[in-house]
Design a protein around this ligand. Structure first.
Ligand code: KIV
Length: 275
């Protein structure tokens, strides 16, 4: 296990290595250069450390922690205190990646000043570098308030899980022309309000392509096709740890669920055999 070290530098076999933090300005430059951005979720220091060492650019402390780790059916029960707890853990594990914390349900919809105070806690107490907010035009004023206070904000459109009860389930979004036009207008409103990047979740690939081409900020897709400026997945989905609960668009890059079950079965057998 690596020792806890100052951000910006760490030791490998007594060799001092300088690490340059990923900043929101770097992401815009990456879009200009046509370099794709790799983003994943993280909820704890252990996994955050591994993802950071693997070179992931953005670690999202998603409110998906509620479903992936805490056993809730939706992200709605996740509290601000829980998000601060997990964000603090992720921040402790990271030297390079930009840490973005989700603002949970009803911590930003009840007024810009309340949103500012809550975002401030994720930054000050959690150590996040930025926050993420779901929604379009209705949250644009709040986004502007946070950005004016120096808090970088990431937007999130398409399938916005905090609105699951209104959307009628975790289903693909913006499949009609009317909804696609609304999403395009929302994306423009968020850019105008000052978001530094935008997540598009579970929408048609051609719509994501058009939105990506029409904005100067980086667009990160999840279930939105290959044409975005970057991609994000829930880490536990792409590692094959969430079984049937993973959404159909979440490609698996490993099958750790079975690897863990096999390892634990072997352990239990050796214990029972008295070895
Ligand atoms: O909470 C989360 O993990 C997210 C990603 C799916 C984008 O918002």
């Amino acid at each position: 296990m690596w020792p806890a070290l100052r951000a910006g530098s760490f030791e490998i076999m007594s060799e001092r290595v300088k690490i340059k933090r990923v900043r929101v300005t770097d992401l815009k430059a990456m879009k200009r250069r046509g370099e794709k951005i790799a983003m994943l979720t993280a909820y704890d220091a252990l996994l955050a450390r591994l993802l950071d060492r693997a070179g992931i650019d953005i670690l999202l402390v998603g409110d998906s922690v509620g479903m992936v780790l805490l056993g809730y059916e939706t992200t709605i029960p996740v509290t601000l205190d829980a998000m601060i707890h997990h964000t603090r853990a992720v921040s402790r594990g990271v030297h390079r990646a930009l840490v973005v914390a989700d603002m949970p349900f009803l911590t930003y919809q009840t007024g810009a000043l309340k949103a500012l105070a809550n975002a401030g806690r994720l930054i000050q107490e959690g150590g996040a570098h930025a926050v993420k907010i779901e929604g379009g035009k209705p949250v644009a004023k709040t986004v502007r308030r946070l950005v004016d206070a120096g808090i970088p904000v990431m937007g999130h459109l398409g399938l916005t899980p905090q609105a699951v009860n209104q959307l009628g389930g975790f289903r693909r979004q913006a499949t009609t022309k009317e909804d696609a036009d609304r999403l395009t207008a929302d994306a423009r409103a968020l850019q105008d309000a000052g978001v530094f990047a935008l997540v598009l979740e579970s929408i048609p690939a051609d719509l994501a392509k058009a939105v990506t081409a029409g904005l100067s900020i980086p667009v990160i897709g999840i279930g939105a096709g290959p044409h975005c400026d970057g991609q994000v997945l829930v880490t536990h989905d792409m590692l094959g740890l969430t079984g049937d609960a993973a959404p159909p668009f979440a490609r698996k890059f490993a099958e750790l669920e079975n690897a863990i079950i096999d390892a634990v079965k072997n352990y239990a057998k050796e214990v029972r055999d008295g070895r």
